[in-house]
Design a protein around this ligand. Structure first.
Ligand SMILES: CSC[C@H]1O[C@H](OP(=O)(O)O)[C@H](O)[C@@H]1O
Length: 348
């Protein structure tokens, strides 16, 4: 029996709590985790059970809204003090993806408009649900805009997982492939495994197989040879934070692909919803790069792959300078250099 092809998703709101696909268990197991306390949400984000800039923002919004609904007080002042403390707690989980702060600051703006605690509780949950629904629309539009940009390309490379499970649905970098599949546009996707957490091998390869998109897995150090020998026609990646000048933070290894694209004359595209732009910073120099545990590098599953005590540098992201980016695909259209101007024109 041929398996049912679907575009997998990772987040589902269940009336009073969020259920997430445990992305740390993929591809070996498809398991779900029910999040009930704000610590459950924090732990899910910091341990990458849920990951991907938009998915992190949506999850944190539900977490804060759910906890707010359960916080007992009649005093709006006391409620706001509690809200600020829990907002800072969730913000401390991961620093690089701007969607986390973007989503929680949007909830805070709703809170500032509320006249009573009960009104605030209702508005916070409504806003979290709205953020979730809007993200699906943004990703679908990014997919359609990306499909147009890739109209002459078939063989495309990507890194990490900027896919459906990293967002509400469809993804950003992977959205053109999922939408293309629905329109019988069949891409040949080359997915970099993405050491050390292997989002490419474990997540993108799995996600694209679920959706029926042709995917070939390569190790990160095969990227240059693959571009040279497999006729790669474009590279498309996601984003965690795009600065006002177009400098883009994304999974570690992304800037290496951009440099290779310049060498081989291959277009390098970033796919990002407007919720991933941070106009408060002028350039990528101002983006905080998360550094994660050394064990992500020194172990592979249950195996230890490095000598005990070896010093490790484990930055989870890098910044691709805007002058290496050919175009930025957003839900509102394609942005081209000069990005400072095109971003300002589109997002202001
Ligand atoms: C549309 S997901 C954006 C971004 O998030 C991923 O990072 P992580 O897996 O550490 O959350 C990766 O950088 C994706 O490109």
């Amino acid at each position: 029996m041929t398996p049912q092809l679907t575009i997998p998703t990772s987040l589902e709101w269940h009336e009073d709590h969020l259920v997430i696909l445990d992305q740390q268990k993929l591809p070996g197991a498809v398991e779900y985790v029910h999040l009930y306390t704000i610590k459950d949400y924090y732990d899910a984000i910091i341990t990458l059970k849920v990951r991907g800039a938009p998915a992190i923002g949506i999850t944190a919004a539900y977490g804060l809204a759910q906890a707010a609904g359960e916080y007992e007080t009649e005093s709006l002042e006391e409620f706001k003090t509690w809200f600020e403390k829990e907002k800072q707690y969730l913000l401390s989980s991961r620093p690089t993806a701007v969607n986390l702060s973007w989503a929680l600051e949007r909830l805070e703006r709703e809170l500032d408009q509320a006249g009573t605690v009960n009104e605030a509780k209702t508005d916070l949950l409504h806003t979290a649900i709205q953020i979730h629904a809007e993200d699906e629309d943004m990703c679908r539009r990014i997919g359609e805009n990306g499909l147009e940009l890739l109209h002459d390309a078939q063989r495309v490379m990507t890194i990490c997982n900027a896919g459906s499970i990293a967002t509400s649905k469809y993804g950003t970098a992977l959205a053109p492939f999922h939408i293309g599949r629905e329109k019988d546009r069949n891409f040949q996707v080359f997915a970099c495994e993405t050491r050390p957490v292997l989002q490419g091998a474990r997540l993108t390869a799995w996600e694209l197989q679920q959706s029926g998109v042709d995917v070939t897995l390569i190790t990160d150090n095969m990227a240059a040879h693959t571009m040279k020998t497999k006729g790669i026609e474009a590279v498309i990646v996601g984003a965690d934070r795009v600065a006002a000048n177009g400098d883009t933070a994304n999974k570690i290894g992304t800037s290496s692909l951009a440099i290779l694209c310049k060498h081989f004359g291959i277009p390098f595209y970033v796919a990002a919803p407007s919720s991933t732009f941070d106009l408060t910073i002028d350039s990528g120099d101002d983006i905080e790069i998360e550094e994660r545990s050394s064990t992500e590098v020194t172990t592979l599953g249950q195996s230890v792959i490095a000598p005990e005590g070896v010093p490790v540098f484990n930055p989870a992201f890098d910044v691709t300078p805007h002058d290496l980016i050919s175009a930025i695909i957003t839900e509102n259209g394609i942005l081209y250099p000069d990005f400072k101007q095109s971003i300002a024109d589109t997002l202001n």
